[in-house]
Unconditional design. Structure first.
Length: 243
């Protein structure tokens, strides 16, 4: 599976989040609000809320912020109404870029996303133009520091929990699942006492293509500006910037 370097990207994002924590919390609050509004305030009976609450915990979002977003979503007042919209396009070297947004103004978001692509060596494509290049997967990372579990023991635990794949490095175990098995695998591993550094549903590229060195700065600018947009929740692409 083309999942290598996932953890390094997450660590880099967490480092970036320290510098723009307020924006990260704003986006998570929006997700929590919508999950609560659509499925209720109890994470035990609302898998979508449980998932975003896990993301908020991984991002060190204060509990008070989480509670305010849940309370707002539980309110009988109308409140905001957000739509989940995806955009697909290409960056330099034809790299596929898949963008997930949560927006209350479709035209604003479309205009912003198209402008970011156009100004950073990319182009916005039609719906379905790159989605087929990715698989929807569940992803967990368990840091190895202080963990008294070797690779063989972890592999056995992961397979028993129903996961699809395990990748290991000196610092982390990375676990992939089918998207529909995400919650069951999470619960099974938690019952075995494992603590997740992160857990999320993600888009994993089926194959990766190389990014030419001369285009690296421009592509990084494309991704950074997309991720910095208020309406953009997640950005996925089929190359390794870290390389």
């Amino acid at each position: 599976m083309s999942g290598h370097n996932k953890w390094s990207k997450i660590k880099n994002k967490k480092g970036d989040a320290d510098a723009k924590r307020a924006k990260v919390f704003q986006k998570l609050s929006r997700e929590i609000y919508m999950a609560t509004k659509q499925g209720g305030p109890d994470p035990d009976s609302n898998p979508s809320l449980r998932l975003v609450m896990d993301k908020a915990k991984s991002a060190n979002m204060p509990n008070d912020n989480v509670k305010r977003a849940i309370d707002k979503g539980s309110s009988s007042a109308g409140g905001e109404d957000y739509a989940e919209i995806t955009y697909e396009g290409y960056g330099p070297d034809g790299i596929a870029v898949f963008v997930e947004t949560l927006t209350d103004n479709n035209m604003r978001t479309l205009t912003n996303v198209r402008t970011i692509f156009n100004k950073n060596g990319g182009s916005l494509g039609e719906s379905g133009s790159v989605a087929y290049m990715f698989d929807r997967k569940g992803y967990f990372a368990i840091e190895r520091e202080g963990l008294d579990t070797d690779e063989d023991e972890m592999f056995e635990a992961v397979i028993e929990a129903g996961a699809e794949d395990l990748q290991t490095s000196d610092e982390v175990f990375e676990i992939y699942t089918e998207a529909e098995d995400f919650a069951d695998v999470r619960d099974a591993l938690e019952e075995q006492g494992f603590k997740f550094a992160t857990g999320e549903l993600t888009m994993v590229p089926k194959t990766k293509i190389p990014l030419q060195a001369e285009n690296k700065t421009q592509f990084e600018s494309l991704i950074d500006k997309l991720e910095d947009d208020d309406d953009v929740q997640n950005v996925y692409y089929n190359t390794d910037i870290e390389d």
